[in-house]
Design a protein around this ligand. Structure first.
Ligand code: PMV
Length: 387
């Protein structure tokens, strides 16, 4: 008999459409004396495909242990994902981690070190890890050199694989809610925004009074059904530059400490999130555009006003934004842009306007994209376990 510590923080159960919270309780660090119900075999395998997400309300600034300085909300994407496979087997000595890591078919030492660091950090939540040899292989659906951050999709895919191993061999994480809550909690420890990727369509992360199940520890779905106006939204990711950005997100979060506008920003983010929740419920597209574009420009304004200040937008980012706003004014089509911590532009629009908007992309926006490259993405159903 072995002793395993299993973490469940809050439990909530939704109806089938993830619409209503039916039950809510809080449980903290239950020490579960669980024995392996399904012993490790010679080798076993688990694979998850997990999507990236695009934040509408930006997480920018954090406290210790990946606790966000403000709540955030994102659309879960569909076509931009990471697929991670772990082949695992029991090894003789159960004293330290044993990891092999392949990225896009090749050994990658830099990523391996990052993953080892992460796995060491989360061994307390998966005490069986040191007794296994893990051969992890991972690939992205989008080109490695497209200037797209993959931490949200990769960290969530890895967290989901580890939760599946726990579930299979220890019989825990049985309910969907427990499973995805733990996956979100673990993903958050790898990359904050990854916590939101484990949920379908739209997820928020960080405590807000409008959502009783929200917490800084993991993300959750909305406590209401999103309006039809947004359900078929598409995201055209315009790759303005494929270069690796000059200042990483980690450094950017760090520069929010002592930032002269930090206090105001955290208040604004909460305010914008509150307004966005009303908009997502009511279907108010003008309200959506106003909030989403304000968040994108505020994020970059914070970077510029950091000490030292820096600019991640490219001249073509600004040109594309101007074109998008002109197109909206001219046609009345309710599309808008958002930005990640980089130069690329995410163009959000309804599938109903697909023909006009995609013609606009080809005729007017691709001139600003490196090698005319863009990714046609859309809201997605969240991660998928590959059997
Ligand atoms: O999760 P991180 O540490 O890569 O930070 C993500 C920061 C933004 O993408 C700019 C905003 C967000 O909420 O995703």
């Amino acid at each position: 008999m072995k002793c395993y510590q299993v973490l469940y923080l809050k439990t909530c159960i939704f109806d089938n459409n993830f619409n209503n919270v039916l039950f809510l309780t809080t449980m903290e660090f239950i020490l579960d004396k669980t024995k392996e119900i399904n012993p490790f075999k010679e080798y076993d395998k688990v694979t998850w495909r997990s999507p990236s997400n695009i934040a509408l309300i930006k997480y920018w600034g954090k406290k210790e242990n990946q606790i966000p300085a403000n709540p955030s909300l994102s659309f879960t994407l569909s076509e931009s994902y990471t697929e991670t496979c772990i082949v695992y087997q029991e090894k003789k000595e159960a004293d330290k981690l044993s990891v092999q890591f392949m990225f896009e078919g090749e050994e990658n030492l830099q990523f391996k070190q990052k993953i080892e660091l992460f796995l060491n950090k989360i061994t307390k939540y998966f005490p069986f890890l040191p007794k296994l040899h893990l051969a992890i292989s991972s690939h992205n659906s989008f080109p490695h050199s497209a200037g797209i951050a993959s931490s949200a999709s990769s960290m969530s895919a890895l967290a989901l694989c580890l939760c599946s191993i726990e579930k299979k061999h220890f019989g825990t994480l049985i309910s969907e809610n427990e499973f995805f809550t733990k996956a979100s909690y673990i993903a958050r420890l790898g990359s904050g925004s990854a916590s939101r990727s484990v949920f379908p369509y739209v997820a928020s992360w960080g405590e807000i009074i409008e959502n009783p199940i929200s917490t800084d520890e993991y993300a959750s779905v909305l406590p209401f059904e999103m309006h039809n106006n947004f359900k078929n939204f598409k995201d055209a990711v315009l790759i303005i530059s494929k270069q690796v950005k000059k200042v990483s997100s980690t450094a950017g979060h760090g520069l929010m400490e002592g930032h002269p506008f930090a206090g105001q920003r955290f208040v604004l983010a909460k305010h914008n999130l509150k307004k966005l929740l009303l908009v997502l419920k009511s279907g108010n597209e003008d309200g959506f555009i106003e909030i989403v574009e304000n968040e994108a420009l505020t994020l970059h304004a914070l970077m510029m006003s950091s000490n030292p200040g820096y600019i991640l937008m490219h001249p073509n980012t600004v040109k594309a934004i101007e074109k998008i706003r002109d197109f909206r004014n001219k046609t009345g089509i309710k599309l808008c842009f958002t930005l990640d911590a980089g130069p690329n532009v995410h163009l959000l629009y309804s599938d109903n306007d697909c023909a006009e908007v995609e013609k606009f992309i080809t005729d007017d926006l691709l001139q600003y994209c490196e090698d005319r490259f863009w990714i046609a993405d859309r809201l997605g159903i969240g991660p998928v376990k590959i059997s």
